[in-house]
Design a protein around this ligand. Sequence first.
Ligand SMILES: CC(C)(COP(=O)(O)OP(=O)(O)OC[C@H]1O[C@@H](n2cnc3c(N)ncnc32)[C@H](O)[C@@H]1OP(=O)(O)O)[C@@H](O)C(=O)NCCC(=O)NCCS
Length: 163
Amino acid sequence: MTFKSALKKGDNQSLIINMNLVCQIVVFASILQIQSIELRRKILRIPLGLDFNKHELEEEKEQIHVICLKDNNLIGVLLLAKQANGKLKMRQVAVESKNQGIGVGHQMVMFAEKWALNNKFRTMVLNARKTAVPFYLSMDYLIEGTEFEEVGIPHFKMIKELI
Ligand SMILES: CC(C)(COP(=O)(O)OP(=O)(O)OC[C@H]1O[C@@H](n2cnc3c(N)ncnc32)[C@H](O)[C@@H]1OP(=O)(O)O)[C@@H](O)C(=O)NCCC(=O)NCCS
């Protein structure tokens, strides 16, 4: 299956986590996907004094956009990007501040891993902010290599072989 057909197949996937929490894939340029950019801007960019540019947002057209809704409010987002080496890269993981620490990130990552396996990806990679490394370690991601800088803050490469 090509990545594009996987995208189409994934468009209707959603997983109801409990009565209030739903993870789902949203279509690029849909209302929810545009809302998810605002959440990313608020959680990931503004605190660093940064913003997205038009070009980097357009490049996300081919990526998988996962969101999490609580009581129909968008509270979480993550993106999945196919790498040239056949691995899947998880990026832009963000949870609304007041909903952090209650398992939303964990549920979104589990949803993303399930999507990856269903679409024949066996390895998930990511660049984790140093502050988020304990979160990924708690989900069995391993650190690869040494600290490096991205968006002006320390990061580590992390990897998980999916089974
Ligand atoms: C990092 C982030 C995505 C985690 O999502 P979350 O919903 O807050 O995390 P969860 O509640 O699902 O936590 C899952 C596990 O990770 C642990 N964890 C989460 N953040 C942690 C942290 N900063 N330090 C230590 N442990 C942490 C939790 O204790 C929990 O472990 P447990 O299941 O053993 O109790 C979220 O806090 C966030 O958006 N942070 C700001 C943006 C950011 O740093 N994004 C990541 C970019 S790489």
